[in-house]
Design a protein around this ligand. Sequence first.
Ligand code: SF4
Length: 303
Amino acid sequence: MKCDKCNREAVIYQKYSGMHLCSLHEIADVERKIKRRMRKERMAKPGDHIAVAMSGGKDSAVTLSILIDTFTTRSNIKFSAITVDEGIEGYRNESIPFAKELCDRLGVPHYVVSFKEEIGHTLDDILSRERKEASCTYCGVFRRTLLNRKAREIGANKLATGHNLDDEAQVVLLNVMNGDVERLARLRPSRAQEGLIPRIKPLIDVPEKEIALYAFLKKLPFYMGECPYTSESFRGEIKDMLNDFEARHPGTKYSVLSGFENMIDCLKEKYPQVPLAKCEVCGEPGIQGVCQACKLKKRVRID
Ligand code: SF4
């Protein structure tokens, strides 16, 4: 197949757009979508210090690489990368060297914080205990806390994550299927909250498959392994369902995202942003008296 924009060999067929694209036009298309989102949400401005949450996988590799490429001439935007080592044997220890390699290549300071050092236990250890919640709940809550704390410590004023279109559509559906509309409204906070570093998600208009292709075409170092706990999650089922719908009805993931974005103003009106308080135990920002991380620690008896 030939590219619909030139005569080169196509590397992808975008079912949702009906376009065959060669490597050059696919790279341009991915970058266009990411830059459009960054402009639309005014994600970066002079004087910013943006910390990128860096797992060593394709999404964070593309996030860091594109941010650096885009703002390379604006020396007044500073970048750092933070990797959280959850302590997942055979997975995170394998991905961290890829994160380090890319940061070294791009000249970006790289910080690694671990569950073991900050919480006292690896995720593997926590999950081996008697517990009620799914593995990703512990992992996600503790990881968000550590990322936020480290970003604050190094003076970052924004935290960029590598959520792609698939991730964002999954989270929207997950909250709908859990009936948690308030959490859905919190996906797009109206304003910054004290102690909580605002998050930016530049990749949410690009399907996961195309992020992987982009990383491959740009020869970025990234880890391809999968977390051993993925299969435990409800979100994994939603991912399969969405992929199935996307295959039969191309454009479904974009529709979920745009449907959500069309509703967001109504959601925010119904569920206005609540001011955060300091956790009574650790001092980190949280909605109620004791933050989610401290509650979880107590539940698995590691407080
Ligand atoms: Fe953590 Fe779940 Fe992601 Fe594994 S799949 S890294 S347990 S959030």
